[in-house]
Design a protein around this ligand. Structure first.
Ligand code: NAP
Length: 280
């Protein structure tokens, strides 16, 4: 069994864009609303990765009470600012803010999270049109590619159908000629599907949802889940201790998909900057 080391690969990928970043001088703006501790930790990691890559990082902090109107105005200002190449609005947002309005208001050419309908829609065409794909799915694809794990013709089972992970990773696997099954809360017999998986990608947010009896020998497991157990320890959706005994490859949590998401954001920021400068 091989551990898919997202931490090491993410550092390699971030380092690999340093030369381009030096030439392009990209700037990433991050909007953080409120003081959600997980969000604060995520943006700290993004800042660190930007510093490592040589990308300028600007953070805009707002009180949780900011109105939607004021937030959209700030996003519009950043959209108009020619010195900013990438924009992330850290999710989740307070309940009084309607997230689809926020996602739609980000300029698609600066949408390095890859959440805008324009960027999601382009992904449906073919891998060549995955210009700014959602960061977590892009990170997963980079991880599988790095370890030379074949995707074409494989049974890929995705558990979770969120707009930011489950649906786009399903599409990216289909773009790479896998046979894809996407499961969710209404799936009748989850383990009947997971047992068939050559590659199992789990993005739900439930500790130990996937147990060893639900996978076949040799499966490749990508655990996207980020949960805290009763002791406050970070863990995924997969029972790592027992599933890893049957897996050929498996991501750890932490140190798997999390750092790859940050690396993908860096890749998207450089990509967005290149495309903007090329069209000037
Ligand atoms: P989400 O929007 O809450 O989506 C969860 C998905 O799981 C939904 O499709 C939900 O279906 C489905 N689901 C819920 N219970 C299920 C069950 N018992 N069996 C099968 N499917 C079930 O979450 P998300 O944003 O995709 O995130 C999922 C997890 O990944 C979370 O733990 C999150 O923290 C983590 N995450 C990690 C990273 C990273 O960089 N590592 C990035 C993003 C997310 P319904 O919608 O029908 O209820």
């Amino acid at each position: 069994m091989t551990i898919l080391d997202g931490k090491a690969l993410s550092e390699e990928l971030v380092d690999s864009v340093k030369d381009k970043a030096e030439k392009l001088s990209p700037t990433l703006a991050v909007i953080l609303v409120g003081e959600n501790p997980a969000s604060m930790a995520y943006v700290r990691n993004k800042k660190k990765a930007c510093e490592r890559a040589g990308i300028e990082y600007i953070q805009h902090d707002f009180e949780a009470t900011i109105t939607q109107e004021d937030l959209l105005k700030k996003i519009d200002d950043i959209n108009q600012d020619p010195n900013v190449n990438g924009l992330i609005v850290q999710l989740p947002l307070p309940d009084h803010i309607y997230v689809p309005d926020v996602i739609r208001s980000v300029d698609p050419s600066k949408d390095v999270d890859g959440f805008h309908a324009y960027n999601i829609g382009k992904m449906f065409l073919s891998p060549e049109f995955e210009d700014l794909p959602p960061a977590t799915p892009l990170g997963i694809v980079k991880l599988l590619d790095h370890y030379d794990i074949p995707i074409r013709g494989k049974e890929v089972v995705v558990v979770g159908h969120s707009n930011i992970v489950g649906k786009p990773i399903s599409m990216m696997m289909l773009n790479r000629d896998a046979t894809v099954t996407t499961c969710h809360i209404h799936t009748k017999d989850l383990s009947a599907h997971t047992k068939r998986a050559d590659i199992l990608i789990v993005a739900v947010g439930k500790i130990n949802l996937i147990t060893a009896d639900m996978v076949k020998d040799g499966v490749v497991v990508v655990d996207v889940g980020m949960n805290r157990n009763d002791d406050g320890k970070l863990c995924g959706d997969v029972d790592f201790e027992n599933v890893s005994k049957k897996a050929s490859y498996i991501t750890p949590v932490p140190g798997g998909v999390g750092p790859m998401t940050v690396a993908a954001l860096i890749l998207n920021t450089v990509r967005a900057t290149e495309r903007q400068k090329a069209s000037q």
